[in-house]
Write a protein that binds this ligand. Structure first.
Ligand SMILES: NC(=O)C1=CN([C@@H]2O[C@H](COP(=O)(O)OP(=O)(O)OC[C@H]3O[C@@H](n4cnc5c(N)ncnc54)[C@H](O)[C@@H]3O)[C@@H](O)[C@H]2O)C=CC1
Ligand SMILES: O=C(O)[C@H]1O[C@H](OP(=O)(O)OP(=O)(O)OC[C@H]2O[C@@H](n3ccc(=O)[nH]c3=O)[C@H](O)[C@@H]2O)[C@H](O)[C@@H](O)[C@@H]1O
Length: 463
């Protein structure tokens, strides 16, 4: 099928490359010229395992193209994905201006053939109908420009074009760091909309994935497709992220109680996770959830509830537990070192989770800010950020090129991100290079006994 993906970030580029990999003809549009230039040369502007490989093979087989030309993308695609960002506004509400610009642009460039406009971006509930309205506005604006000078505006073609597109909500559930894997191995595909024609086209688009043709385990039953109305699909996305974020806040709260009573949260998580009603995923206690989505999506849902006069108390608590948890490493550093002024703290990891280069709303950023405020010097080593020099949004921290340089002269280390590489460092050597070999394990990732044998004082979260 002919697909156009507008917005080539973590979601758009992965979606475009994966759809090209399974045989569709994809045009990816972005208004960032630098990014488009890079992608045309076969390079991915983001770090995501497996992405460059499938991008390059799709380029070679002619299945994917990159462009800044929205008109050409709209003309090409029978399915048009909107995958631009929806960042948070200061009041927590979702900023939908990029979605609006794209929807208007789609309307202004519709060419008469039937199109499915797909909301892949995470958008406030009700956005499906709103996007339809904006596309219609775009069509109407173009109609006006087609009127000859001095002529009477005519809406003649408007009904025809308006009848030739439908809007579908197709929320995305991929995780950064495993985005390609998640796209080929989804737990479900949600399709919201009221046009059976549009839903049928989406089912055709996803058929190879549904049939597990590109799955890690091809013997699994087909991927469930859930067809819903627009609003329910939009709500499913927010509810899923809010539930997962709340689950993490829950285990972090339990960890803080464990710390006080002398229990070990890693054992407690195992014990409750074996109950199939609870499940063992997303029960890893630590320094809190971050990233580009959990914080903004939970805030947006709270804001939506507020708009309808409902106070989302549980969600607000999940957020406040998380805000406090973001500072737990600082509390522990103060317990061990007492005074932080003049001390040097080394951070192992900067990104909000492993296997990504994404620093958006990373817990490391809060920690750096607070340590600076208290007069500590902060250094960091991150396997990706240290290598690529992608330091956007980073200040008040010296980024070292390896873990031993990081350890040199430190009064404590804090493991912020559980990069797999951090399980294989030469901690005995690192301990010798430090002023004071203390490690705060912000992700309960390291083995306490190994760390003690290496000469460290080990402090975990709730263990
Ligand atoms: N990052 C993630 O893991 C996930 C994100 N989402 C949602 O997907 C959406 C996109 O998120 P990301 O991919 O992280 O965003 P991103 O910020 O990485 O990428 C957005 C892209 O859209 C481009 N763009 C903005 N305005 C444009 C326009 N008018 N025309 C063409 N391109 C334009 C930007 O240049 C950028 O490349 C958001 O709504 C997010 O909540 C959903 C699931 C997972
Ligand atoms: O909407 C989105 O953007 C995406 O948000 C999350 O994906 P992502 O943010 O990429 O990464 P996660 O693996 O969910 O981790 C989010 C945060 O929670 C933290 N986390 C995760 C799991 C856990 O047990 N404990 C914990 O503290 C991570 O360290 C990270 O800071 C969801 O898992 C995806 O399903 C969703 O599509």
């Amino acid at each position: 099928m002919r697909v156009c993906v507008i917005g080539t970030g973590y979601v758009g580029l992965v979606t475009g490359a994966c759809l090209a990999h399974i045989g569709h003809d994809v045009v990816c549009i972005d208004n960032n010229e630098e990014k488009v230039k890079l992608m045309k040369s076969g390079q991915s502007p983001i770090f995501e395992p497996g992405l460059s490989e499938i991008m390059q093979s799709a380029i070679q087989s002619g299945k994917i193209e990159f462009s800044t030309d929205l008109a050409a993308g709209v003309a090409h695609g029978e399915i048009l994905f909107i995958a631009v960002g929806t960042p948070p506004l200061p009041n927590g509400e979702s900023d939908t201006r990029y979605v609006e610009a794209v929807a208007r642009g789609i309307g202004a460039n519709l060419n008469g053939g039937y199109k499915v406009v797909v909301n892949k971006s995470t958008v406030p509930i009700g956005s499906g109908d709103w996007v339809r309205m904006i596309v219609l506005d775009g069509i109407a604006e173009r109609q006006k420009t087609l009127v000859p000078a001095g002529g009477v505006p005519s809406d003649d073609k408007l009904p025809e074009l308006a009848a030739h597109f439908d809007v579908v909500s197709n929320p995305e559930f991929l995780r950064e760091g495993s985005a390609v894997f998640d796209t080929f191995n989804p737990d479900r595909i949600v399709l919201g909309g009221n046009s059976s024609k549009a839903i049928a086209m989406m089912q055709e688009l996803y058929a190879p994935i549904v049939e597990r043709k590109f799955a890690a385990d091809q013997s699994l039953p087909p991927v469930p497709i859930l067809a819903t109305d627009l609003s329910s699909a939009e709500m499913i996305k927010y509810a899923a992220n809010a539930f997962l974020a709340t689950k993490i806040s829950f285990i972090n709260e339990v960890a803080n109680i464990c710390d006080r009573v002398g229990a070990d949260v890693t054992q407690v998580a195992k014990g409750i996770g074996l109950d199939s009603r609870i499940g063992n995923k997303f029960l890893q206690a630590g320094i809190g959830w971050g990233g580009s989505c959990f914080p903004k999506d939970v805030s947006a849902l709270i804001h939506t509830a507020d708009d309808y006069g409902y106070e989302a108390q549980l969600l607000k608590s999940a957020v406040s537990v998380n805000e406090r948890q973001r500072l737990i490493a600082l509390e522990k550093l103060q317990q061990v070192l007492k005074i932080l002024k003049g001390k040097t703290v080394g951070l192992l990891g900067l990104t909000f989770k492993p296997d990504t280069d994404d620093l958006r709303d990373a817990p490391a950023l809060n920690l750096i800010e607070q340590l600076n405020r208290l007069g500590a010097k902060v250094k960091a080593y991150d396997p990706i950020i240290s290598q690529t020099g992608m330091r956007h949004g980073l200040s008040g921290v010296l980024v070292e090129t390896d873990a031993e340089r990081l350890a040199d002269g430190c009064d404590a280390l804090v493991l912020v991100t559980e990069w797999q590489q951090f399980s294989q460092l030469d901690y005995a050597k690192m301990a010798q290079l430090m002023n004071n070999p203390v490690v705060i394990d912000g992700r309960n990732f390291l083995d306490p006994e190994t760390m003690v044998r290496a000469g460290f004082q080990y402090v975990g979260i709730g263990r």
